[in-house]
Design a protein around this ligand. Structure first.
Ligand code: 5GP
Ligand code: ZN
Length: 142
């Protein structure tokens, strides 16, 4: 992908603060450093989002994440936890359309990262949960 900044980082045409690299993935510091140590793990192969992974690429990429996450955590005793985030589509805050996983170290519950999930359970009853459940199961096939 000629105009993809992450493909350019993989190719070495744009510099990055790489922390891990092998034949499948590259992991490098996110330029924004949402919290210190914020790292992106990307497949070297260009896939735009999670919907473009095949099972083999998914297993290869996911298999590498715990090792990188563990190294980040061990790099700083102040890191108490980590959010791992994967945005897919503009509506989901994806801004670079080469799939990537954010590894965001967490220091305190008032550091610079926040996530809001509204609890809408009051609006659901058994019938509405089951309707949503069926709509997804119907798409999974065997
Ligand atoms: P998204 O919003 O797509 O989930 O995340 C894209 C991330 O890529 C952002 O957190 C942004 O800071 C990071 N980013 C964008 N351009 C560059 C770049 O050239 N180098 C690095 N290291 N990170 C980048
Ligand atoms: Zn790319």
């Amino acid at each position: 992908m000629d105009d993809c900044i992450f493909c350019k980082i993989v190719a070495g045409d744009i510099p990055s603060y790489t922390v891990y690299e092998d034949d499948v993935v590259k992991a490098f510091l996110d330029i924004s450093q949402g919290t210190p140590g914020h790292t992106l793990v990307i497949p070297k192969k260009h896939v735009a989002n999670i919907f473009e992974y095949d099972p083999e690429l998914a297993s290869q990429v996911f298999a590498r994440i715990p090792k990188i996450a563990t190294a980040i955590k061990a790099s700083n005793p102040d890191i108490k936890g980590m959010n791992i985030l994967n945005n897919n589509g503009e509506v989901a805050y994806q801004s670079v359309f080469h799939s990537h996983f954010h590894l965001i170290p967490r220091y305190t519950d008032h550091d610079d990262f926040k996530m809001i999930f509204k609890d809408n359970s009051d609006n659901y009853d058994e019938e509405s949960y089951k309707k949503v459940q069926k709509s997804i199961i119907d798409q999974l096939g065997d």
